[in-house]
Design a protein around this ligand. Structure first.
Ligand code: DP6
Length: 308
């Protein structure tokens, strides 16, 4: 039996829009930068299976703090990626696959990044063990994982990761040990998945220079973080997620994730910064949840926003 886990990640510079002309899957049009969410983990367990094809076992015997209730669509994505990895390594036996998360889906943390990173690690470990081959590098695993879900390729590097259209890798930033928190706004399943959003944003008139804007902000963010300019990093991250949501709002047809409750918290965070001249970096993904990142010396401020 082989087991591995991988963490979720939150992007401050977003992957939004894929290169449709490239023959590889999930190649981004712009650089993205993320921070790991070490508390939010996916686990995968794999064993050899004698049946005719791979089997995904939805595990209902888990404790109340572990979640494994995958939809048919999620299960078929898992099995498709397992098949891709087996073909890649020219491996013909079948696997039985179990997976679970230590966080529920629908709370605003993308489980696909951590799930596919964990699946890639586990299946590859099993194959190379059985074939007596060396375990590949994180860079290599990251590229394989990207094929299943783009953002998963950043989950191989901690705590900061940078993903250019070429590859994802560790980003060396002196500010580490951030305290990450998520404010859950709405637990209902989102209507537009991030994979659909990648396509829809292309219909926005604002999309034309989007890669340039994101790439420029990536350079600015690295510069701000390397110079410990936290306030500049906050402003860049704010402009970036608002830019991505503006694409959503101006697509044909438009779609929205920001709810009145999200707006209320966004304005409270902005006011907090005005009053204190300090505060958290804030960002939102393709969902209503709000992610806050605090420096470790700000821990006394943390309770202000009722984190999870
Ligand atoms: C808004 O990685 O979920 O979270 O490659 O189609 O699986 P696929 O998309 P996915 O997109 C994530 C988009 C985002 C921003 C980000 O994480 O960079």
């Amino acid at each position: 039996m082989w087991k591995a886990n991988a963490p979720a990640n939150i992007a401050l510079i977003k992957y939004m829009g894929k290169n449709e002309t490239c023959n590889k899957k999930n190649i981004p049009l712009n650089t993205s930068i993320s921070y790991i969410l070490p508390k939010y983990l996916s686990f995968v367990e794999v064993s050899l299976y004698e049946g005719d094809s791979d089997l995904f076992v939805n595990n209902s015997q888990l404790s109340t703090t572990l979640y494994s209730n995958f939809s048919n669509n999620e299960i078929s994505r898992f099995l498709q990626h397992a098949q891709f990895l087996k073909e890649h390594f020219e491996f013909e036996k079948n696997f039985s696959i179990k997976s679970w998360n230590n966080f529920p889906t629908g709370i605003g943390i993308a489980s696909s990044a951590s799930s596919f990173a964990a699946l890639t690690k586990t299946i590859v470990a099993a194959i190379v063990d059985l074939k007596n081959e060396p375990y590949p590098s994180n860079e290599y695993l990251s590229q394989l994982s990207r094929v299943a879900s783009g953002s998963s390729c950043r989950s191989f590097f901690q705590p900061w990761s940078i993903w250019t259209p070429d590859k994802a890798e560790k980003l060396d930033i002196p500010i580490k040990d951030l305290i990450t928190s998520v404010i859950i706004i709405d637990k209902t399943q989102k209507k537009i998945s991030s994979s659909q959003a990648h396509k829809l944003v292309r219909t926005s008139l604002l999309f034309e220079n989007r890669p340039q804007r994101a790439n420029f902000r990536a350079i600015q963010l690295i510069d701000a973080l390397k110079n410990s300019n936290w306030q500049a990093a906050y402003k860049i991250a704010w402009q970036e997620f608002m830019d991505m949501h503006a694409l959503f709002h101006t697509s044909d047809s438009p779609f929205f994730y920001i709810t009145p409750k999200s707006w209320q918290i966004l304005s409270e965070v902005q006011k907090f910064w005005e009053d204190n001249n300090d505060g958290p970096i804030i960002t939102m993904d393709a969902g209503p949840a709000i992610h806050l990142l605090w420096r470790s010396d700000q821990s006394q401020l943390l309770t202000k926003f009722n984190p999870t």
